[in-house]
Design a protein around this ligand. Structure first.
Ligand code: TTP
Ligand code: MG
Ligand code: MG
Length: 398
């Protein structure tokens, strides 16, 4: 059953936003064992582990360059428009974070050392850790290069304690990569992911069925995985700030305001999450979108907003080696009407400049724009993936 592991480290939280996408199993045979039961039996809770590498890109750089060890390190571009991809824990003491403009990071920490990302090495480590996971279960759902969900309810080693498995995995990751990972163990994905953040870095935390609902009561909605800044702001406007506030709302109210996601929010505020861990996900698209504080009305402003979106999509492409042929522009008007315009090339988009140019052309086809624009999104699909890319659909929210 659920054992408590060693608790050390300190809380820290940040996460990518990933939208659930379609799942494709490679074969019928695999479908039989490659995902866990959607409707979990309360008598026999599932055992889900979420593993996430600590300060991933930055730790790899510190591992491979002894001069960086113990120092505040940022992986990313140091130039004027550069952004921090990863910050070492030493850098975080100064307030340096992922996605922070490098100019601000340097202001917060003048001795910050910037290093260029080496995506090939990160991909290699990613494959190494996935090979370790595979020794315990075939039900592995990677969320990005450095993290994955594992369903170990029926694991290959015949171990009954999910906590023991998580500890073994952490130890093996250290032995094989000289990098640390944090683990969360719980009875569903939502809580396992939350748990892995609790004792970061180099920690393990278990959330039992008894603890789940109590532990999340005071949790702020913006800490929920899957609740992006726009949704959190909307919840706040409705007077919903914590899981407790969310729990105070009826299912009908949440569905009315959040559509299909309403019932998911209703459930997770109670520590309930029936989503199965899905192996063999195939990524369909990668996109970035931004909801603006004020509606945009001029074409010039819209063009200016497209640039960072294209950049963000391309950064992800670079990080994972993924490439795509179809560029889609999404526009949400002030009255919430959504339209999309796409263009497909015969070969994958070659670089960031091409991606940005196509998005500008797609925007130009909408001219004259009839109403204010609330949101713009850029995405790339018809993807050709390498073996390390497998998020079904990734939305990098601002
Ligand atoms: P995370 O797991 O979110 O962060 P982390 O591993 O750096 O730190 P920790 O988990 O200990 O809190 O992301 C994994 C890697 O993904 C990160 O090292 C760099 C990359 N990344 C970006 O490039 N941009 C981003 O905005 C984020 C959040 C991560
Ligand atoms: Mg990480
Ligand atoms: Mg991660």
């Amino acid at each position: 059953m659920y054992n408590f592991g060693q608790h050390h480290g300190r809380p820290c939280g940040q996460s990518f936003m990933i939208e659930p996408g379609e799942n494709h199993n490679n074969s019928k045979r695999e479908t039989a064992f490659a995902h866990s039961d959607a409707e979990s039996d309360p008598e026999h809770p599932r055992k889900i582990i979420h593993i996430d590498m600590d300060a991933f890109f930055a730790s790899v750089e510190q591992r491979d360059n002894p001069r960086l060890r113990g120092k505040p390190v940022a992986v990313g571009g140091s130039r004027e428009r550069g952004v921090v991809a990863a910050a070492s824990y030493e850098a975080r003491k100064f307030g340096v974070r992922s996605a922070m403009p490098s100019v601000i990071a340097r202001r917060k920490c003048p001795e910050l050392i910037f290093t260029k990302p080496r995506f090939d090495v990160y991909r290699e480590v990613s494959l190494q850790i996935r090979a370790i996971f595979a020794q315990y279960t075939p039900i592995i759902e990677p969320l990005s290069l450095d993290e994955a969900y594992l369903d170990v309810t029926e694991n290959l080693q015949g171990l009954t304690s999910a906590t023991k498995i998580a500890e073994q995995i952490r130890a093996r990751i250290w032995a094989e990569t000289q990098l640390t990972a944090s683990a969360g163990v719980s009875y569903n994905k939502f809580l396992a992911k939350l748990a892995s953040d609790y004792r970061k870095p180099d920690g393990l935390f278990v959330i039992t069925p008894e603890m789940g609902p109590i532990l999340i009561e005071a949790l702020k909605v913006e800490r929920f995985h899957g609740v992006g800044p726009a949704t959190a702001a909307k919840m706040n406007r409705l007077g919903i700030f914590t899981a407790r506030d969310l729990r105070g709302q009826s299912l009908e109210f949440l569905q009315e305001h959040f559509g299909k996601s309403g019932s998911h929010y209703y459930n997770i505020s109670r520590g309930i999450d029936h989503r199965p861990v899905m192996a063999n996900r195939v990524r369909k698209s990668v996109g970035a979108e931004n909801t603006f504080p004020r509606d945009l009305t001029s074409l010039e402003d819209m063009r200016a907003e497209l640039e960072p979106l294209a950049e963000k999509v391309w950064r992800y492409c670079d990080a994972t080696g993924v490439r795509g042929r179809t560029v889609t522009l999404k526009v949400k008007y002030a009255d919430f009407q959504i339209i999309t315009r796409s263009r497909s090339l015969t070969a994958p988009v070659a670089d960031k400049t091409v991606l940005a140019a196509i998005t500008r052309e797609l925007l130009a086809t909408l001219h004259p724009i009839p109403k204010g624009v609330r949101l713009l999104g850029v995405s790339l699909s018809s993807l050709s993936c390498d073996q390390a890319g497998d998020d079904p659909q990734m939305i990098l929210a601002f």
